[in-house]
Ligand binder design. Structure first.
Ligand code: GLC
Length: 421
């Protein structure tokens, strides 16, 4: 072997042992709604190629509430098998203790993100999770059907119900037997909390628990908003909507069987997918308002990535969350999945606007979106939300009136609050 060959061989062995010594295997738990999991899988393989590390994906159920319950069990047990957790925007105060502080590690990039989102993931000065995308729902409407019947997209919930009923009845009479007026998320889970908060806040009925911690839910406007939603069941919305989460509503909508849909922005890209019966036939507008003069309310959603304090490879896990939250990955996510970036500059990006024309217009809707009372109710948010969606679900399914259920809810929340949240 000549000298240069020997040098090459030596370099090779140093490189390979160096690489092997550093390579780690980590895992990420991720939500399986829509194409979210596929996207993470693709991005993770880019990360693996760039770093030499291996990343396993743990698929979580599409329901945010079920995912939360599972996380709570794992984290309470100090699970070392999951290093990175995809987290819903409302979980930061409840899981803060179990995650690594990302402040120092993200100080080079965190300034790119909307300060309000960073604030929502910061608990007592600790950055609990890296923002990955933000979310605000829209009213999706069938452009072709509204044009056919000379209707405008509705501005109030009352108008929505009227237009939905009118078009539904006429289309059924014309032979489309399976069509409904409106689909939304009525299953008893976190998504129903988001929907019902929109009906109530846009009617001037408050935010369940106000930012100062006061329980405001037992009021006439809130009860009227729930009665309104109850009147949809079986008339413009199928009975089955009481079991719909995001994907079930999308299923009805995307096969052409609903005039309107309330859903998050990820359904925009999927609705325009090659296999969609309504490709190119729909538009999006802000959700309706409860009454003239009251602003519509979109519940603020969104997802982040956090590093478990039980992870044995925290540095690699931090590198992965930075990669998933980076401008480059968020841009791909916006273009491919129509998820909304948490990085302001991407709303002016030409490629994003070309792929998802609605998105630059959506920035103000996200900026005025209504947060759920997770900051106010701190570690008790999930119980507050579960009691709230329970009262709403009972009302929609005819177990007790809205007024009775909200009165009971107030008693339960007062008890849960005790001396303070
Ligand atoms: C969406 C939102 C999330 C919300 C969930 C409810 O995924 O982004 O914040 O909790 O819907 O189903």
């Amino acid at each position: 072997m000549n000298i240069s060959m020997r040098v090459l061989a030596l370099c090779g062995s140093v490189l390979s042992t160096g690489f092997a010594a550093q390579a780690a295997e980590i895992s990420i738990a991720a939500n399986s709604t829509g194409k979210g999991l596929n996207f993470i899988r693709e991005q993770v393989s880019v990360f693996e190629k760039q770093t030499g590390h291996k990343v396993k994906i743990v698929s979580m159920p599409p329901s945010s509430s079920e995912q939360f319950s599972q996380y709570r069990l794992w984290l309470a047990a100090g699970n070392t098998d999951v290093d990175v957790y995809q987290t819903d925007v409302v979980w930061a105060p409840q899981l803060a203790e179990q995650f690594v502080d990302l402040t120092e590690a993200t100080k080079d990039v965190i300034g790119q993100h909307f300060p309000s989102i960073v604030a929502s993931q910061t608990v007592d000065g600790k950055l609990v999770a890296m923002p990955m995308y933000t979310d605000a729902p829209a009213l999706f409407y069938r452009k072709d059907l509204l044009e056919k019947y000379s209707k405008q997209p509705p501005k109030t919930w009352t108008e929505l119900a009227e237009t939905a009923k009118d078009i539904q009845d006429k289309e059924r009479a014309a032979g489309l037997k399976d069509i409904w007026g409106f689909v939304f998320q009525g299953s008893a889970y976190e998504g129903l909390t988001c929907n019902a908060l929109e009906w109530i806040a846009s009617a001037g009925g408050g935010r369940i628990v106000e930012t100062n911690g006061d329980i405001s839910i037992n009021n006439e406007k809130a009860a009227a908003a729930l009665d309104m939603a109850k009147s949809w069941i079986g008339t413009i919305s199928p009975q089955g909507a009481l079991a719909y989460k995001e994907e079930e509503a999308r299923g009805i909508w995307q096969t052409g069987n609903s005039v309107f849909m309330r859903n998050w922005t990820y359904t925009y890209a999927l609705g325009n997918g090659a296999d969609s019966a309504i490709k190119g036939k729909f538009g999006v507008v802000p959700l309706p308002a409860g009454a003239e003069g009251i602003a519509p309310a979109s519940t603020l959603g969104g997802w982040n990535v956090a590093v478990s304090k039980y992870s044995k490879h925290q540095d690699v896990a931090i590198a992965l969350v930075k990669f998933l939250g980076s401008a480059e990955t968020q841009k791909k996510r916006a273009v491919e999945l129509s998820n909304m970036p948490t990085i302001a500059a991407l709303y002016d990006d030409k490629d994003v606007a070309a792929a998802q024309p609605f998105m630059p217009l959506w920035k103000p809707i996200f900026e005025t979106a209504v947060p759920r009372p997770s900051a106010a109710t701190k570690v008790k948010y999930n119980e507050v939300s579960a009691k709230f969606w329970g009262a709403v679900h009972n009302t929609l399914s005819g177990t007790g009136s809205a007024a009775e259920n909200l009165e009971l809810l107030e008693v339960e929340l007062t008890d849960l609050k005790g001396n303070g949240w």
